[in-house]
Design a protein around this ligand. Structure first.
Ligand code: AMP
Ligand code: MG
Length: 389
């Protein structure tokens, strides 16, 4: 048995090798850059107007209007002192422009432009290189591509990005009692639900599973099933069959398939019978079958490894501290991840903390953490990881 910290450290300390691939810009969201990005040109590439209005030459309150420049126009205009042109947002400002005055502060009679106030030098002109200069590092290797990053890459004209590949993930569910939702079941059977939570949580964080396999509680079937599924993944996530029951065959089957145990059992609630192992460059998590245990272990242990295997610099869910709405004592006898709801910045520990109770987890949005025996008064800060809206 290891502590939570030890388990997390073992996962973090795994030596990994990253692969990279070219992704079209449209599909690069959620990937990490595999190379540094250098600005191929200045951004903006030319001085341009920040407003719909008038580009002015010299500082006056009256100008003679001499033309018009729209966004995208490429003509090279040179303004003379005392002259102005009609200009629109994003249009290239003429050479010698002193400022742009927004149209709301102007009036025009015939071809004379009158300003309501004196212009200021450089006003409303977005300068060439104001955001980036040619040759500058735009993003370091490993940068996480969020939507604004995609916009910036697009504005640099880049249609393909070299990103770190994401791991191929397979899921196995185990249990004779499990029936697929939608199919008929008999007394003693239950519907299989963990794989939906896991595949949903994968998608929530930009991952997806490649294959999902259901295996009966039989040693030979488990061993053979794991062998086949291991052939096509970097990370295998197994649910159930890892505890100490007579029908729990996962651990032994992993051993027989050459998977080396890195830890088994974590001093925590829920999710004590969590297993983590490795076979060369493949990783295996065997999550306890109880639905809340399995999903909690996914968020705390599986997610950070998936993110690291994707080249992310920052991995795992952020821990926040919020005041608790009510006094609470952790009497579970182990450090605990508690199903919680964070509402208006305050935390409620929800009823229904049992390992099998997924309903409270579904209604909440956070996992709150308390050490064994830790006692909090109303308003004390409690550590939380947000897992949902
Ligand atoms: P196990 O870890 O296999 O001993 O399972 C622990 C509990 O979780 C049992 O009550 C199982 O019926 C339940 N369970 C296991 N796997 C699943 C699953 N995929 N979906 C829903 N419940 C499950
Ligand atoms: Mg089972």
């Amino acid at each position: 048995m290891v502590t939570i910290e030890e388990a997390l450290r073992i996962i973090e300390d795994q030596k990994i090798s990253l692969k990279s691939e070219l992704k079209p810009l449209e599909e690069a969201l959620g990937f990490a850059l595999a190379t540094e990005t250098i600005a191929p040109f200045d951004v903006p590439e030319f001085d341009n107007s920040a407003m719909d209005g008038y580009a002015l030459c010299g500082l006056y309150q009256e100008y003679q209007l001499v033309g018009e420049i729209a966004a995208g126009d490429s003509k090279d205009v040179e303004l003379q002192d005392g002259k102005a042109v009609r200009i629109f947002t994003g249009a290239k400002v003429p050479q010698n422009s002193t400022a742009v005055m927004m149209q709301e502060k102007t009036s025009v009679t015939d071809s004379t432009l009158f300003l309501d106030e004196m212009p200021k030098v450089g006003q409303n002109i977005r300068k060439k290189g104001g955001q980036l200069t040619e040759g500058q590092t735009v993003f370091e290797k490993g940068h996480f591509l969020n939507p604004p990053s995609l916009a910036l890459m697009g504005s640099l004209g880049l249609s393909q990005l070299e990103v770190f590949s994401k791991p191929q993930i397979n899921i196995i569910t185990t249990g004779n009692e499990l029936v697929k939702p939608g199919e008929p079941k008999t007394e003693g059977q239950i519907y299989e639900s963990n794989s939906y939570a896991i595949s949903g949580a994968l998608r929530q964080f930009g991952f997806k599973h490649h294959q999902k396999t259901q295996i009966q509680d039989d040693f030979e079937a488990t061993k053979a099933g794991i062998k086949t599924v291991l052939e096509s993944c970097d990370v295998l996530i197994i649910s159930g069959g890892i505890s100490v029951g007579d029908y729990d065959f996962v651990k032994q089957s992993l051993e027989e398939n050459g998977v080396n145990e890195l830890f088994y059992k974590v001093f925590q609630k829920p999710g004590k019978p969590l297993y983590f192992g490795r076979k060369e460059n493949q990783f295996v998590f065997a999550l306890p079958g109880n639905p809340a245990s399995s999903l909690t272990c996914f968020y705390i242990y599986v997610l950070p490894l998936l993110q690291r295997l994707s080249g992310y610099q920052k991995t795992g869910l952020t821990t926040y501290q919020f005041p608790i709405r009510h006094a609470f004592e952790n009497r579970f006898g182990r450090p605990s991840f508690l199903k919680a709801a964070v509402v208006d910045g305050r935390v409620e520990i929800l009823d229904g903390q049992g390992s099998s109770m997924i309903q409270s987890m579904a209604k909440g949005n956070a996992l709150a953490f308390l050490d064994d025996g830790e006692t909090l008064k109303e308003g004390d800060l409690i550590r939380c990881k947000l897992i949902s809206q």
